[in-house]
Write a protein that binds this ligand. Structure first.
Ligand SMILES: [Mg+2]
Length: 251
C-alpha cells in the first residue's frame, strides 16, 4: 500500500476526480479525530470548509457506524446522503421484522445483566439498526472484551459481530455493509467512480468492493492486510487531501 501523496497516489486521485466521482467518507477517525467519548467527536473547521466546497460540485456522502442523524448533526454542510449503522440505515427498504427481532435478542441479554455491563465499563450505543458496545472506558479492557465475547455465544439469534477500535458492533445478518452502501450510492447518483476514505476494519468491505479505477484510502500506517489502495499517515492530513481533491476537479 502506498501513501496517497506518493506520485502513484496523486495520479490515481487526479484520474478519479475527472470522472464525476461520488466522494464518500467514514466519520469517526476519518472526518473527526477519535476522542475518548464518542459524544465529543467534532469535525475540524479546516475539514468542514473543504467538504462544503466539494459538496457544492460533486455528490459527497458520509457512511458511518453512527446513527445517521447523529452524524448529520455534526456536519456543517449538506451531504447528498448520510448512511448510518455501517450501511444499514438511510435506504428506504430496511430494516425487516426479522432484522429487528435479531437485534432485540441482544438488547434482552444486556438488560438482563446490568451489573456486568457496569462492572466492565461498557457503554451501550443503541442505534436501532445496530448496537455498539464501547469498552474504551473499561478499567480492564481485556476483561471487558472477554465479557462481550461470552455474550456473543449466548445470542438467541445470530448477529454479525465486528470488532473495531475498542468497540464491538452488532448488526443483523441481512444488514448491508459499507461496501453495499457505497455501490448503491454510486448507482443512485449515476456517478462513474467513487472515492472512499476510512480508518478502521469495518471500512474494509467498502475498500474491497471498490472498482480498480476508484480510489480508496485507509487512514493509519499499520494495516498491512487492508484492501485499500492507498493510505494516509493520520487524520491530520485529511484537510490537505480534500484540498488536493478540489484542485483536481475539472473546472
Ligand atoms: Mg472510523
Amino acid at each position: 500500500m502506498k501513501h496517497v501523496f506518493s506520485n502513484d497516489g496523486k495520479a490515481a486521485l487526479k484520474a478519479v476526480m475527472t470522472r464525476r466521482p461520488l466522494l464518500a467518507f467514514d466519520f469517526d477517525g476519518t472526518l473527526a479525530p477519535l476522542v475518548p467519548n464518542p459524544q465529543d467527536a467534532q469535525v475540524p473547521q479546516s475539514v468542514q470548509r473543504r467538504l462544503a466546497g466539494l459538496a457544492a460540485r460533486v455528490p459527497v456522502a458520509v457512511i458511518t457506524g453512527r446513527a445517521a442523524a447523529d452524524a448529520r448533526a455534526r456536519l456543517e454542510f449538506a451531504p447528498c446522503r448520510v448512511i448510518g449503522n455501517h450501511g444499514a440505515e438511510g435506504f428506504e427498504d430496511l430494516p425487516s421484522a426479522a432484522y429487528r427481532a435479531a437485534m432485540d435478542g441482544l438488547r434482552a441479554l444486556l438488560r438482563a445483566a446490568p451489573a456486568d455491563v457496569r462492572e466492565h465499563g461498557l457503554m451501550i450505543e443503541d442505534k436501532a439498526y445496530s448496537i455498539a458496545l464501547h469498552y474504551r472506558m473499561a478499567r480492564d479492557r481485556d476483561a471487558a472484551l472477554a465479557f462481550v465475547r461470552a455474550l456473543v455465544k449466548r445470542l438467541p439469534a445470530p448477529l454479525v459481530v465486528s470488532y473495531g477500535k475498542l468497540v464491538v458492533n452488532f448488526t443483523a445478518p441481512e444488514a448491508p455493509h459499507k461496501g453495499d452502501a457505497l455501490r448503491r450510492l454510486v448507482a443512485e447518483h449515476a456517478c462513474e467512480a467513487a472515492v472512499f476514505i476510512g480508518d478502521d476494519d469495518n471500512d474494509e468491505p467498502a475498500f474491497a468492493s471498490a472498482a480498480p479505477d476508484w480510489l480508496t484510502v485507509r487512514i493509519g500506517k499499520h494495516s498491512p492486510a487492508s484492501r485499500a489502495m492507498f493510505f494516509l499517515d493520520d487524520h491530520a492530513q485529511m484537510a490537505m487531501l480534500l484540498q488536493d481533491m478540489a484542485d483536481a476537479l475539472p473546472p
